[in-house]
Ligand binder design. Sequence first.
Ligand code: HEM
Ligand code: NAG
Length: 327
Amino acid sequence: MHNYNLKPLVIALVIIHAYFGVTTKGQLRVGFYSQTCPFAESIIRNAVQTAVSVDRQIAPRLLRLLFHDCFVQGCDGSILLENGETSERNAKGNLGLAGFEVIHNAKAQLEATCPGVVSCADIVALAARDAVALTAGPFYGVPTGRRDGRISNIQLAANLPDVDDSIELLRSKFREMGLSDKELVLLSGGGHTIGTSACFFMPKRLYNFTGHGDSDPAINSQFLPQLKAQCPLNGDVNVRLPLDLSSQFTFDDHIFHNIRNGFAVLASDARLYDDKNTRQVLDSYVGFTNRRPSFKADFAVAMVKLGNIGVKTGSEGEIRRVCNSVN
Ligand code: HEM
Ligand SMILES: *[C@@H]1O[C@H](CO)[C@@H](O)[C@H](O)[C@H]1NC(C)=O
């Protein structure tokens, strides 16, 4: 009997398997649903447009939802799950998150049109893009094909970036997600050029910055009394302040001018100007040089990168039937 040596064949199969395994995993692509659900993106866009035309605060909410989804277990729709008190979305850092009903509404329409095809994670990413476009921000192609996660746990969200983090900590939390100093500045600026914050996030910055009853020295002295009047100590923590004074509904670079001049509302935005590197990035977008990079174009690139964090693809995860619970 011939003794065939199967070893080379086995090795070749292993290599082929590894090759395709590696190249198909983690690959999203623009237009993923063009064959399977051709109207997916327009259904989502219409749902966002309708909601924002009723209440324009919805736009920033949808943008923040993507950031908070992606920073915990990757962009897998985990932020949408409701599994009681221990849900990820109940974490302190997720306070004020909203806009869920827009995602659920889009999902219901998608299920009626092409059941079981479009993931909740992709709806979050596409809705954020549409929300940005509706506030005069950039419109960009969103690579899709994300699959939905099955886990939601409040503890996994304990390490979200916090308003009172130092620049070093903010930087390291972003780096852990594969995002650079430049992307920290772009995504904070682009996120906070629209929308509002609850006074809930203000007390340390206004009343006990270093633990001695002081305020953040980065706050412009003309602005400090205004902030204190809006968010008095032991006042109503639900009162909301615009993050970008004077242009809270428009995606623009005012936020960078405000940060530079001591008019940042969030402490974490002020921290971007404390550090040499992040200050340089910020200045580059509002500088007087004729080689100024485009804030909108660079923000769009950073958003795609944010949306790619830890995605599940292929046979990982599932396509949820409804976005607030696993199948
Ligand atoms: C650098 C770390 C960041 C920290 C510490 C931070 C913190 C916060 C806080 C405390 C609020 C107020 C939330 C509320 O009271 O409802 C807020 C609002 C917001 N953030 Fe961030 N953020 C960060 C980065 C980002 C990024 C990367 C994005 C998206 C690209 C983003 C998008 C938003 C938006 C759109 C709002 C307004 C939400 C609304 O109007 O309801 N943030 N952020
Ligand atoms: C201010 O901060 C210090 C140090 O973190 C803390 O011990 C103190 O309780 C804080 N005071 C108030 C009023 O929160």
